[in-house]
Design a protein around this ligand. Structure first.
Ligand code: PLP
Length: 346
């Protein structure tokens, strides 16, 4: 078994974390003169309650079928991406291997933390995971490897067997970003957590769960890695309102039917889009967006913009030449998209 403790930065392993006023106090709520708050009750005058955050943590852990000790809740999964670097990578010395094209924050956080990034292109056109090339890019300074599945912007999920080969063959931390997993029929990497200590699975409430505005992201990993994340995060990284609204929304439910509709619309758009002359290719999607190669991506982008439909131009990204990324909207929004493409063509 790999010794994860050896991968942690020495200053983090030795860290004496900040202890909040409320961490130091146990028992009944009384007169709170410990945290320099404004004592006048307006519903928000107190720092977020640990008990309430733990309730959300327990609720999300149950939803995902993991023990709560294996779950970290962050200010979006973006916070967890940054924490991966801060916990494991020595600035100016270590490096991270990252698939490309993929979500931009893996690179931005590497740059912010002054960590060398080694970009490994997915296989051209198929966007298959180049397992051997990824492993070949690793050296003794490689602490992290980022794989996004389903991948943004190529929309494909990678086979579990490929992910497992990486986990088994890499002596650093494999981060599997599953922000879009709820739109994919695949099980994802969570079942691998029991077998491999070196995997961090990222998920989020921002996509399928419809709470992008709240900023709640999930990191799931060994209890040891989660305890490190909890020590390094800001003391109160999720606000009281955010916790309360997330609990309320999860209680409300209704996500499954929305996801089913989004998937049905995605599949309908995948069939209809290739019928247009300006569309050359639509890749199969395991996510809530489509990667679409167009004859003139900028021309179509501008025409859609003029019609009030905003998509993402990815044509400048290596490996995505000629491509727009189109998020699946409501049936009415998708109808508007198709009408705008039709008008552009005529
Ligand atoms: C692959 C991927 N990971 C993470 C994120 C960010 O998620 P969050 O809103 O949880 O920070 C995004 C957002 O677009 C994404 O595409």
């Amino acid at each position: 078994m790999k010794d994860i403790t050896k991968l942690v930065r020495a200053n983090i392993a030795a860290l004496k974390p900040y202890s909040t006023a409320r961490d130091e106090y146990k028992g009944e709520l009384g007169v709170l003169l410990d945290a320099n708050e404004n004592p006048n009750d307006n519903g928000l005058n107190r720092y977020p309650s640990t008990a309430l955050k733990e309730r959300l943590r327990a609720r999300v852990a149950a939803l995902k079928g993991v023990a709560h000790q294996r779950l970290f809740l962050g200010n979006g999964s973006d916070e967890a991406i940054d924490l991966c670097y801060r916990v494991f990578c020595e600035p100016g010395r270590d490096n991270a291997v990252i698939i490309a094209p993929s979500y931009g924050m893996y690179s931005v956080c590497a740059d912010i933390n002054n960590v060398e990034r080694r970009m490994v292109q997915l296989e051209p056109e198929t966007f298959a995971l180049p397992v051997d090339r990824l492993l070949a890019a690793v050296d003794s300074g490689t602490k992290l490897m980022f794989v996004c599945s389903p991948n943004n912007p190529t929309a494909n999920a990678f086979p579990a067997s490929d992910i497992e080969r990486l986990a088994a063959g890499f002596d650093g931390i494999l981060v599997v970003d599953e922000a879009y997993i709820d739109f994919s029929g695949r099980p994802g990497a969570l079942p691998l957590l029991d077998k491999y200590q070196n995997i961090i699975v990222l998920q989020t409430l921002s996509k399928a769960y419809g709470m992008a505005g709240l900023r709640v992201g999930l990191a799931m990993a060994s209890p040891y890695i989660i305890s490190l994340f909890r020590q390094v995060k800001y003391p109160y990284n999720i606000g009281t309102d955010t916790i309360a609204v997330a609990l309320e929304q999860l209680e409300k439910g209704g996500v499954a039917s929305q996801v089913a509709e989004i998937i049905a619309e995605r599949d309908r758009l995948s069939e209809l889009l290739p019928c247009y002359r300006c569309v050359q290719k639509v890749w199969p999607s395991d996510a809530n967006f489509l990667l679409v190669r167009c004859t003139d991506p900028r021309g179509l982008y501008d025409a859609l913009l003029a019609a009030g439909v905003i998509v993402r131009d990815r044509s400048g990204v290596k490996g995505c030449e000629g491509c727009l990324r189109i998020t699946v909207g409501t049936p009415a929004e998708n109808k508007k998209l198709l009408k705008a493409i039709e008008a552009y063509e005529s």
